[in-house]
Design a binder for this molecule. Structure first.
Ligand SMILES: Nc1nc2c(ncn2[C@@H]2O[C@H](COP(=O)(O)OP(=O)(O)OP(=O)(O)O)[C@@H](O)[C@H]2O)c(=O)[nH]1
Ligand SMILES: [Mg+2]
Length: 399
């Protein structure tokens, strides 16, 4: 839409000047005419010129200006953005440099540096740290140590932690509580005692020792009428080994190799007080042989007692595997052998605790029949190292 104007002056030039002044270069004159100017009721009138026209909007120029404006805005934005990106990039570079420095520090750390120790040292009482190393020195398992430390945190005051002797005594008491001892029940006779376990842990030797304990009344036991059975028929040496013990102690020994012969043998020995069964040592990794032996032992009936022999010299991880792999035998207790060959028993105590299994006997030497004892809390406690004997004494007395 155009805007129109009309201006007048005494001369054309004057009218034109007015238009220029008022409307600038966009004023476009279309016509002019002579008019009478001023005066009153027709008097004192003068001739003048009136110019008319319209205002020409310069759209192209305006659009161009607008675009210029827009362009400026966009440019300003881009510059601003670029500046902030640059800033971000700088920040990112700083973080990257920090990370690089950190990685370098980590790489320079000695391998397997006990990082938790750093944290521990800040947050834990020295009494707790000392206790943790004492338990580690005894080869207690991490879950067992955690259980003890949690209990200390729950049940001990700061002054308890400062009192080394009292803390040791308390902890010895908790270790004692964690040890479970097998109790012989008064089940049906004959009592059938089966010893299973990995190869070479001392099963046959232990069976011979047990024959002396139960058959000869060694160690104060009332003598039982008993027989020995071995299912280790394949190795000539093994057969000779057990027969030699039987001969010395005047205890009958038989060898069986099938479910049927085991069943028959047990029936023939039905009038005895006890039957001790020695088995072939099995690698816990030999699943097939383990399954075969388990099937054979099923002939001994449900009331038979399976005991698992583990050597105290076995690594903690391997003991865990053994406990696991022999689980299908439904063993009721553990026999710890070769305690004379190790100075620590924490691994045995903790793994028995983890599996909730009681201990029936411990053996501590090769001699038959001397080196066997009924398991007791005291016997295991006195093998703890680093504890002051007085602190163990009180606990042992209570047990
Ligand atoms: N130091 C020590 N040696 C033992 C102990 N018990 C057994 N031994 C020895 O360990 C070795 C193996 O004993 P065995 O009784 O034949 O072991 P096993 O478990 O019957 O072996 P396999 O029938 O081959 O599986 C023998 O040299 C024993 O004298 C013990 O308590 N301490
Ligand atoms: Mg044997």
């Amino acid at each position: 839409m155009h805007e129109y104007f009309t201006e007048s002056g005494e001369t054309f030039q004057e009218a034109l000047e007015k238009v220029k002044m008022k409307y600038g270069p966009s004023a476009q004159i279309v016509s002019h005419r002579t008019v009478s100017l001023g005066g009153f009721l027709g008097f004192f009138q003068k001739d003048g010129v009136e110019v008319s026209g319209y205002l020409r909007h310069d759209w192209a120029a305006q659009e161009k200006a607008k675009l210029e404006e827009e362009k400026k805005k966009i440019l300003a934005n881009v510059v601003q953005k670029a500046q902030s990106e640059e800033k971000k990039l700088d920040q990112f570079k700083v973080v990257l440099d920090e990370m690089k420095a950190l990685k370098k520090q980590l790489d320079e750390l000695p391998e397997k540096m006990p990082l938790p120790e750093v944290v521990k040292a800040q947050s834990e009482h020295p009494g707790l740290e000392r206790l943790q190393s004492l338990l580690e020195d005894n080869d207690f398992s991490p879950p067992f140590i955690r259980m003890i430390l949690d209990r200390v945190k729950r049940e001990c005051s700061m002054s308890d932690l400062d009192n080394e002797a009292a803390l040791e005594q308390k902890v010895a008491g908790w270790i004692a509580e964690a040890i479970s001892i097998f109790e012989e029940g008064s089940g049906p006779t004959p009592r059938i005692f089966i010893l299973v376990g990995p190869t070479g842990v001392g099963k046959t030797t232990t069976i011979a020792k047990l024959a002396a304990v139960y058959g000869l009344g060694f160690g104060g036991q009332k003598p039982h009428k008993l027989s020995l059975i071995t299912i280790d028929n394949y190795r000539i040496g093994a057969k000779i080994q057990i027969e030699a013990y039987g001969d010395i102690m005047k205890i009958p020994v038989s060898c069986v190799e099938s479910v049927e012969s085991l069943r028959q043998r047990i029936e023939l020995d039905a009038g005895l007080d006890m039957i001790l069964i020695d088995t072939i040592g099995k690698s816990p990794k030999d699943f097939v042989k383990l399954a075969e032996m388990r099937q054979l032992l099923e002939a001994a009936g449900r009331s038979s007692e399976v005991h698992l022999a583990v050597s105290a010299t076995t690594k903690t991880k391997d003991i865990r595997d053994i406990f696991q792999q022999f689980e299908p035998f439904g063993y009721r207790s553990l026999v710890f052998t070769k305690l004379d060959e190790t100075s620590v028993v924490g691994n045995l105590i903790s793994l028995a605790w983890e599996r909730n299994k009681p201990v029936s006997f411990i053996t501590d030497g090769q001699s038959v029949p001397q080196h066997i004892q009924r398991a007791s809390t005291g016997l295991l406690l006195e093998r703890l190292v680093g504890f002051h004997p007085d602190n163990l004494k009180t606990v042992k007395k209570e047990k």
